[in-house]
Ligand binder design. Structure first.
Ligand code: 9MR
Length: 478
């Protein structure tokens, strides 16, 4: 596992080939949406903020019953920026009998998400499982109408509220043939296109996904999904992405994972990791947890390095919520949080992969030549919560000379301690701090601006820093 600090952004990183404007937007988004830490691995650092600073989301699956679990909701509401209802948007809950719709459980989860500024992935509209028996009992001639009506009703109910829908879930057998479920039997493979078109008509803003498991590596099943996506895109069917469930086994992340994701993005769709877990034989040991940390870091890094990978969702918040022990007896400990909702080594590894640097060794500083003095203006924003804050700072070069290397020095209010940063290297963590450019944003032309951000703990004083100077010359603040 590679360990790194201050991973964002790197000139060799495809996601960071976004340009300064997008990078600034990502930082601004992180600042706006940050929430209290909960039981995080490091004070002031959350998976969601780290992911968002990379232009990704980090999500989790929650069921209605989980809302009564205080430790779980504390972690979920602070650490994750996307919510997938585990079961509550499936057909058997939403339309248990024909034409009778029940949205209460799913509405409660959407409300929790909204309260915690989380987005929602809808899961799932058309699936052979958790399908009420009345659908399977319909004459073939009525299945299309029933499917379209179900999609139309559910997508309309959540219109404008969801980030994405898993429109069709698990359409393939392991050998790449279509599952012969009620939908395929009634309509052939054309049911997929029909479902996507129906969903798009009901909510033009939600991203539309196909989702499946065991398609992470190059194999017959992922070939089938690839060919389906290619065919749908060729016909102009509305399809935005493919979800890779990623129910992994310790030490068995497919070596072709990245190449596989990339062949999908080359078709013009996004990819997302939608149900991530990594199961191990029980009981967990220090060695197994360390290997699991490596697996998680590798998955996060794969998403980071595939342009078009939009985010990751873990299936469940902690090990107590995971479906694994019930389905794979003798296996478990598959998530980022242990039985007491304490972060596991996999959490730290994921955060580090996203640039959190919570356990990284202090890098050897690279000597930088002292750049010339500069005229500057500084602006910024503090987003505080009870014990921490996020701050983003924009520097504008108001001089007439381009800077090739910059160092912004400022004084933090007493009691503030930096815990992590992005788009600049910060040292020391308290008092008079210097933020130094990274290699990708070293150049600052006359009139140009650049932004960086950091998180800090505080003891009550959440004021913006004072006494800014850029390369030794005092800046104005606005
Ligand atoms: O986690 C879900 C579990 O609570 C349900 O009992 C199960 C029923 O099929 O579905 C689980 O979620 C599945 C998801 O909807 C689709 N991919 C596989 C997941 C694990 O079974």
């Amino acid at each position: 596992m590679s360990v790194r600090t201050l991973r964002l952004p790197s000139p060799t990183h495809p996601r960071r080939a976004l340009g300064a404007a997008a990078a600034t937007a990502a930082v601004a988004l992180a600042a706006v949406t940050l929430l209290p830490t909960g039981q995080a691995g490091a004070a002031g650092t959350t998976l969601r903020s780290l992911a968002e600073a990379n232009g990704l989301y980090f999500g989790t699956a929650i069921s209605q019953g989980d809302l009564n679990n205080a430790p779980l909701t504390a972690v979920a509401g602070s650490q994750f920026g996307m919510l997938t209802p585990t079961n509550e948007m499936k057909w058997d809950t939403i339309e248990p009998s024909r034409g009778s719709f029940s949205y209460g459980p799913a509405d409660r989860l959407v409300s929790f998400a909204q309260t915690h500024s989380m987005r929602v992935r809808g899961h799932t509209l058309v699936w052979h499982s958790q399908l009420p028996s009345w659908v399977n009992s319909l004459p073939g001639s009525q299945v299309k109408t029933a499917m379209e009506n179900h999609i139309n009703n559910e997508v309309t109910h959540y219109k404008g509220k969801l980030y994405a829908w898993d429109v069709v879930n698990e359409p393939f057998n392991e050998d790449g043939s279509f599952r012969t479920d009620a939908f395929y039997n009634a309509m052939g493979s054309g049911y997929v296109a029909d479902a996507l078109r129906t969903a798009r008509a009901a909510d033009p803003t939600a991203k539309l996904y196909l989702n499946d498991y065991n398609i992470e590596g190059l194999n017959a099943k992922s070939d089938a999904m690839y060919n389906l996506v290619k065919s749908l895109k060729g016909q102009g069917v509305p399809l935005d992405g493919v979800g890779f469930q990623a129910h992994f086994i310790l030490g068995q992340i497919p070596s072709s994972f990245k190449a596989n994701l990339q062949r999908f993005t080359a078709l013009g769709v996004n990819v997302a990791i939608t149900e991530l877990d990594d199961r191990m034989p029980l009981p967990p040991s220090a060695d197994k947890l360390a290997r699991q940390a490596g697996d998680y870091a590798s998955v996060v890094n794969t998403c980071l390095t595939v342009s078009g990978c939009v985010g990751l969702t873990q299936w469940g918040v902690g090990d107590p919520d995971s479906w694994i022990p019930g389905t794979f007896p003798g296996y478990g400990a598959a998530t980022l949080y242990d039985a007491n909702y304490q972060p596991k080594p996999a959490y730290t590894a994921s955060a580090n992969a996203l640039g959190g640097g919570t356990t990284s060794p202090t890098p050897t500083p690279t000597p930088t030549p002292t750049p010339p003095g500069a005229s500057c203006q500084v602006s910024g924003k503090v987003s505080p919560w009870n014990t921490g804050l996020t701050e983003d700072i924009t520097i504008t070069n108001t001089g007439s000379t381009a800077l090739n290397g910059w160092a912004l020095t400022y004084t933090l209010p007493a009691g503030q301690t930096v815990t992590n940063s992005w788009n600049a290297s910060l040292t020391p963590a308290t008092g008079r701090v210097t933020a130094t450019n990274l290699s990708y944003n070293a150049t600052l032309a006359p009139g140009a601006a650049t932004s960086f951000g950091f998180q800090a703990t505080h003891t009550g004083d959440t004021a913006f820093p004072t006494s800014f100077s850029l390369n030794g010359t005092a800046c104005t603040t606005s």
